[in-house]
Ligand binder design. Structure first.
Ligand SMILES: Cc1cc2nc3c(=O)[nH]c(=O)nc-3n(C[C@H](O)[C@H](O)[C@H](O)COP(=O)(O)OP(=O)(O)OC[C@H]3O[C@@H](n4cnc5c(N)ncnc54)[C@H](O)[C@@H]3O)c2cc1C
Length: 583
C-alpha cells in the first residue's frame, strides 16, 4: 500500500483554481504566508505516506471490533491518530480563538485529500469531527463553544453525526428519537440511530455526538427536528471528564468497504444532551454539518481516485503482456493504447474533481472573509452551486476511476488482496452517504440552480467563457482547440440550464427525471473549465505539458460528448409515461 501525494499538482490547484493568494488578500487569514504551503504539504504527505498508507490494508483486513468496553479501532489506528492529532492537522482551518490555525480552507482540503488517499477509513473520523466543529461554531452557545471546540479542534476528542434511523434515511424528517427536557437545561435522549460512522472508538478519551431528535409536541416531519450535543463522557465545569453518558454502540455493521471505520448502531437510553441552536430548527444546523461533510466526502472521492491512479500506473508499468512497437519481447501493458487511454481518463477525472472541490472550498472562504459584500454574495452562490457537484460528480467519478483501476489490473484486480480491489470497495460508499447522489442532483436543480433565478450557473458560464477567450487569444492552435471544446460544452450547458430553470417552474416532476444527467453535465463543464484554466496558468512553466495533456484529454474525451446529455436531461418532458411503464 504505497502512496505518495502529487504535491506539485496539488500546489498548482491551490494556486490556479483555489487562488489561495486572493484568499490571503482578503485579510481574513493573518497567519497565512505563501511560504507555509510547501512545508505543510510535505509534512502532511509524510504522515499519509509513512504512517497511514501502510495501515490501509491492515484496517481492511482486521476492521474495527466491538468489545465489552466499546469499539476498538483497527490495529495501529490509535497510534496513527495520536500522530495526526499531535501534528495539529485537525485545526488547520479553524479559528485561532479555539486553538485552530486560521488558515485558508483549501489548504486544509489539500491536507485531508492526502489522508483520504492513503487511508479513507481513518480519515473519515476527522471528517465527521469537522462537521461537528462547524455545527457548534455556527449554532452552539458560548458555553458549548468553550466546552467542546478547543478539544475537538485540537483533536483530543472526536465528533460523530447521528442523523440516520432505520425508517429515516434520505428522509431525515421521519426520525423518531425523542428528547425530553430534564428541567435543568439538559434533555433526555432516547432512540436508536444506525450507520453512525466512528460513533464510538478508543482512539480518544471522549466522543462528542451531534444527535437529531424530536422535542415533545414537535411538529411532524423535518420542521420538528432539533439538534443536540451529547458527549460520551459528561464534561465537568472545569473541563475534566465526568460520568459516562447513557448511550452506547450495540452493534457494528459488516460492510463491503471502509472496514476500519466503525459503522455503529447507537442506542440512546435517556442520554443527557443539550440543545444546539433553536428548538425545531435542527435542520438548519444539520445543513451546516452536511454542507461541510458533502464537500469533504467529495474530497474523499478525490483522494481515493488519486490512490487508484497511482496503483494502476505502477501496475501498468510492471505487468508485461503482448507486443508493442519498439519493444523486444513482452511489453509493459502501459505501452498499449487502451491502457494509456484508461490511465489518462483516471488522471483527468481525478484532477477535475480536485479542482471542483478546492474551488468550492475557496468560494466558502471568500463568502466568509471578503470585505466586499458583492463578492461575498457571489461567492456564497458559487459555493452553494459547487457543493452538490463536489459531492455528486466527484464521488461518481471516484467510483469510475477505481473501477478502471481494477480493470487495468486484469484478473489481479479481482483478487481480494490487491489495493485496487480495496479502493473500489471503499469508494462505493461515497455516492451513498451524506445525501445520496440522486438527492444531490435534486438539490442542484431544485434549490441551487433556481437561487437568484440561475445566477450561480450564469456566473460559472460567464467565467468559463472568459477562460475560453483567453485560451483562444493565445493564438496557439493547441489552446484554440481547448477553447473550441469548452465553448461547445458551454453552449450545451447554457441550453440545458435554461431548459431546467423553466421546467422546474412549470413541470417539476418531469424535470426531475433529468436531474442526475444535469449534474453530470454541470460537473463535466466545471471540470473542463478548471482544467483549461490550469493549462493556461501553467503555460511556459515546469508542469505545462501535464496540465495541457490533462485539459486536452478531458476536452476530447468528455467535453466533446456534452451534447449527448441533452436527451437525458430533457427526457422527462416527453418520456415520463414510458418510464413509468418500465418501473
Ligand atoms: C458506511 C455508512 C456510513 C454512514 N455514516 C453515517 C453517519 O455517520 N451518520 C449518519 O447519520 N448516517 C450515516 N450513514 C447513513 C447514510 O447517510 C444513508 O445511508 C443515506 O443518507 C441514504 O439513506 P438510506 O440508506 O436510508 O437510503 P434511502 O433513503 O432508503 O434511499 C434508497 C434510494 O432511494 C433514493 N431516494 C430516497 N429518497 C428519494 C427521493 N425523495 N427522491 C429520489 N430518490 C430518493 C436514494 O437516492 C437511494 O438511491 C452511513 C451509511 C453508510 C452505509
Amino acid at each position: 500500500m504505497t502512496f505518495n501525494a502529487p504535491v506539485g499538482q496539488i500546489t498548482d490547484t491551490l494556486n490556479d483554481i483555489a487562488r489561495i493568494g486572493d484568499l490571503a488578500a482578503t485579510g481574513g487569514f493573518p497567519n497565512f504566508d505563501a511560504d507555509l504551503v510547501a512545508p505543510i504539504l510535505d509534512e502532511a504527505n509524510k504522515l499519509a505516506r509513512d504512517v497511514l498508507a501502510p495501515l490501509n490494508a491492515i484496517g481492511h483486513k482486521h476492521g474495527a471490533k466491538l468489545t465489552d468496553n466499546g469499539v476498538s479501532a483497527a490495529p495501529g489506528f490509535s497510534e496513527a491518530y495520536a500522530r495526526f492529532r499531535e501534528a495539529g492537522w485537525m485545526g488547520l482551518a479553524f479559528p485561532e480563538e479555539f486553538g485552530g490555525q486560521g488558515l485558508p480552507k483549501p489548504l486544509a482540503l489539500a491536507v485531508m485529500e492526502m489522508m483520504h488517499a492513503s487511508n479513507m477509513a481513518f480519515a473519515l473520523c476527522p471528517l465527521l469531527t469537522f462537521g461537528a466543529i462547524e455545527a457548534i461554531l455556527e449554532h452552539g452557545t458560548d458555553e458549548q463553544r468553550q466546552m467542546y471546540l478547543p478539544k475537538l479542534i485540537s483533536g483530543e476528542w472526536t465528533g460523530a453525526m447521528n442523523l440516520t434511523e432505520p425508517q429515516a434515511g434520505s428522509d431525515v424528517g421521519a426520525l423518531k428519537t425523542k428528547a425530553i427536557p430534564n428541567g435543568d437545561g439538559s434533555y433526555a435522549i432516547t432512540g436508536q440511530k444506525i450507520f453512525i460512522s466512528w460513533g464510538d472508538h478508543d482512539m480518544t478519551d471522549n466522543v462528542i455526538q451531534l444527535v437529531l431528535a424530536r422535542l415533545p409536541d414537535a411538529p411532524a416531519g423535518s420542521r420538528g427536528v432539533s439538534l443536540f450535543v451529547a458527549p460520551k463522557f459528561l464534561v465537568n465545569a472545569d473541563g475534566s471528564l465526568g460520568e459516562r453518558n447513557s448511550f452506547k454502540c450495540i452493534g457494528l455493521e459488516h460492510k463491503m468497504g471502509i472496514h476500519a471505520s466503525p459503522t455503529c448502531v447507537m442506542e440512546y437510553d435517556g442520554a443527557r444532551g443539550w440543545l444546539v441552536g433553536q428548538p425545531n430548527k435542527g435542520l438548519a444546523a444539520m445543513f451546516t454539518m452536511m454542507n461541510s461533510a458533502r464537500l469533504n466526502v467529495g474530497l474523499e472521492g478525490v483522494g481515493v481516485a488519486e490512490a487508484a491512479l497511482q496503483a494502476a500506473t505502477a501496475y501498468a508499468n510492471e505487468r508485461k503482456q503482448g507486443a508493442a512497437p519498439g519493444v523486444d519481447g513482452a511489453a509493459a501493458i502501459i505501452r498499449h493504447p487502451d491502457i494509456q487511454r484508461s490511465i489518462a481518463s483516471m488522471a483527468a477525472a481525478t484532477q477535475a474533481a480536485r479542482a471542483i472541490c478546492y474551488a468550492c472550498g475557496a468560494a466558502a472562504d471568500l463568502a466568509h472573509h471578503s470585505k466586499d459584500p458583492a463578492v461575498r454574495e457571489a461567492a456564497k452562490l458559487r459555493e452553494d452551486f459547487l457543493t452538490p457537484l463536489a459531492k455528486g460528480w466527484s464521488t461518481d467519478r471516484a467510483v469510475d476511476v477505481t473501477n478502471t483501476g481494477v480493470q487495468i489490473h486484469g484478473g489481479m484486480g479481482f483478487m481480494g488482496e490487491t489495493k485496487a480491489a480495496q479502493l473500489y470497495l471503499d469508494a462505493r460508499i461515497l455516492p451513498i452517504y451524506e445525501g445520496t447522489n440522486g438527492i444531490q442532483a435534486m438539490d442542484l436543480v431544485g434549490r441551487k440552480l433556481s437561487m437568484n433565478n440561475g445566477a450561480a450557473a450564469a456566473s460559472l458560464i460567464s467565467e468559463a467563457r472568459s477562460c475560453a477567450r483567453e485560451a483562444r487569444d493565445t493564438n496557439d492552435p493547441r489552446f484554440v482547440a481547448l477553447a473550441d471544446r469548452l465553448d461547445g460544452a458551454l453552449d450545451v450547458f447554457g441550453e440545458a440550464t435554461d431548459w431546467m430553470l423553466a421546467a422546474m417552474k412549470t413541470t417539476r416532476e418531469a424535470a426531475l427525471y433529468g436531474a442526475t444527467a444535469y449534474l453530470r453535465l454541470a460537473g463535466d463543464v466545471a471540470g473542463g473549465f478548471y482544467l483549461t484554466r490550469s493549462a493556461i496558468d501553467q503555460r511556459g512553466g515546469e508542469r505545462e505539458e501535464r496540465a495541457y495533456a490533462l485539459a486536452r484529454f478531458f476536452a476530447e474525451d468528455t467535453l466533446a460528448g456534452a451534447s449527448g446529455h441533452i436527451g437525458s436531461i430533457t427526457m422527462g418532458a416527453s418520456l415520463a409515461e414510458d418510464l413509468a411503464l418500465l418501473t
